[in-house]
Design a protein around this ligand. Structure first.
Ligand SMILES: Cc1cc2nc3c(=O)[nH]c(=O)nc-3n(C[C@H](O)[C@H](O)[C@H](O)COP(=O)(O)OP(=O)(O)OC[C@H]3O[C@@H](n4cnc5c(N)ncnc54)[C@H](O)[C@@H]3O)c2cc1C
Length: 431
């Protein structure tokens, strides 16, 4: 086709081509990784995105298989299991790129990284061979079953139970909103093994294979993030071999805290890609659409929304990068928890605001299925809720900040004393 005749959307159909990444912050290897992921993202058929959004697909298995074939899954894990032995600083670069495809595909892409964390950090060599390897090759797909009908925020209130019987556990309970419930080959399930015991010493984590007694009984009608087979998983006494226990019995709190890093880092990094996708569509539109004889980008009401959006995304990327550095450096666990939570909260809030701006910039047409902004809007509404709501992120952030501040032995400077009447201790009344 003669480029001059190309429809507009062919010329600009690849959001991944645009460079808004912190170019100087990337190493040569990270640029290469980003370019490989961009090539993968470009290869994803448009029809898959449409079919998933229309719930004509229940899980994008081919997409995951292809990511595995290209060696792009679970980048942090050792090469002997199919990873690349990289760090979070690298993985966030890849996840941002996949994020431009929307939440459903990004979620399918990161699930091996999430469930893989439990296997890699707590699993035995046999478990890694049996479960981690096929996950990273894209041969098997998995899901994380944590949330229950009684609630997702209060993890330690888990009511699903696992009872030991010889060399098996018998599981009973329900898990809700599980992406991949419909099609996953196996699930990472948390269940109570010490009923009545202290909450932090009562829960265990298991790999549970799909089969008798493990069923997706209801698939949810979702606002967005469709095509992932999100359902209610019912465990009706499946016999799970004791060798499928991950880590020690009653010690899943350690696994849970560890898993919250990939859960939230992946949400945070993917959100930037989603925001980017919407912003690019809207920005290009504003450079073509005219009202009152002017391109709408000439109106501050429009162009300042672009400015606000790009600033939000760059700030989010900075925070996600800082969190990645903190985790990679094995920094204080509380500080890592705070930064990861800040990154998840800020990044997902930012993506929502950016997509909302994009829709406003585009006026009525942005609300239609002529442009993908309405899908991105439906998608991004979820990311402030899942992997821990942003209120739960606030809970963690303030908790860790108080803990760190009040435990500090010395201050950089006693700034409280820098007030003219600072010595008036009789006025400093606290009770
Ligand atoms: C489409 C979709 C996909 C999902 N995928 C998965 C998955 O694959 N696996 C999985 O395990 N889960 C999954 N989830 C579940 C998700 O993580 C939970 O919905 C989320 O953690 C919130 O739990 P909840 O819905 O039970 O809300 P609740 O815990 O009932 O919370 C309700 C409201 O109360 C607020 N709240 C609760 N406690 C506090 C508090 N202490 N302080 C302040 N505010 C509070 C919350 O922020 C929220 O606004 C998914 C959810 C959806 C909708």
């Amino acid at each position: 086709m003669n480029p001059a005749q190309e429809p507009y959307y062919y010329k600009y159909n690849s959001v991944a081509n645009v460079v808004i990444m912190f170019e100087p912050m990337l190493t040569e290897d990270q640029r290469k990784l980003r370019d490989d992921v961009r090539e993968f993202v470009r290869s994803v058929p448009r029809q898959l995105i449409l079919d998933m959004d229309a719930d004509r697909v229940q899980y994008p298995r081919d997409f995951v298989r292809e990511a595995g074939r290209r060696g792009l899954l679970g980048l942090r894990f050792p090469a002997k299991y199919g990873g690349r032995g990289l760090g979070w600083k690298d993985e966030i670069v890849a996840i941002e790129e996949v994020g431009v495809l929307g939440t459903s595909l990004a979620c399918a892409y990161v699930m091996p990284s999430i469930v893989g964390e439990a296997l890699n950090a707590f699993g035995t060599d046999e478990q890694k061979e049996q479960w981690l390897k096929p996950l990273l090759s894209g041969e098997k797909v998995t899901a994380e079953a944590l949330t229950e009908p009684r609630g997702g925020s209060d993890f330690f209130g888990t009511t699903a139970e696992a009872r030991r019987e010889g060399d098996h556990y018998i599981l009973r309970g329900q898990k809700r909103f599980i992406v991949g419930a419909a099609k996953s080959d196996f699930f990472l399930v948390y269940a109570r093994t010490n009923p009545g015991g202290p909450p932090h010493q009562s829960i265990s984590a298991f790999i549970v294979e799909r089969g008798t007694g493990v069923e997706a009984e209801y698939l949810y009608g979702l606002l967005g993030t469709r095509g992932g087979g999100t359902g209610r998983l019912v465990l009706r006494d499946p016999r799970v071999p004791a060798r499928n226990l991950i880590g020690q019995e009653n010690c899943a709190s350690e696994i849970f805290y560890r898993m919250m890093i990939p859960e939230r880092m992946t949400s945070a990094a993917g959100a930037i890609g989603m925001g980017r996708a919407g912003l690019e569509v809207a920005t290009r539109y504003s450079d073509r659409r005219k009202t009152f004889g002017e391109k709408i980008r000439r109106f501050q009401g429009v162009s300042f929304k672009v400015a606000d959006s790009i600033t939000l995304l760059d700030a989010a990327r900075g925070l996600v990068h800082a969190a990645a550095c903190c985790v990679d450096a094995n920094d204080d666990p509380g500080r890592c928890r705070r930064l990861v939570s800040e990154a998840k909260k800020f990044s997902t809030d930012a993506a929502w605001q950016v997509i909302n701006h994009a829709m406003q910039i585009m006026g009525g047409i942005g609300y239609t299925s002529v442009y993908p902004v309405e899908r991105l809007l439906r998608d991004t509404r979820l990311i402030m809720i899942w992997t821990g709501t942003n209120e739960i992120m606030d809970l963690i952030i303030q908790h860790e900040y108080y803990r760190e501040l009040l435990a500090a032995r010395s201050q950089v400077r006693d700034t409280e004393a820098d007030a003219p009447e600072a010595q008036r201790t009789e006025e400093k009344v606290y009770e």
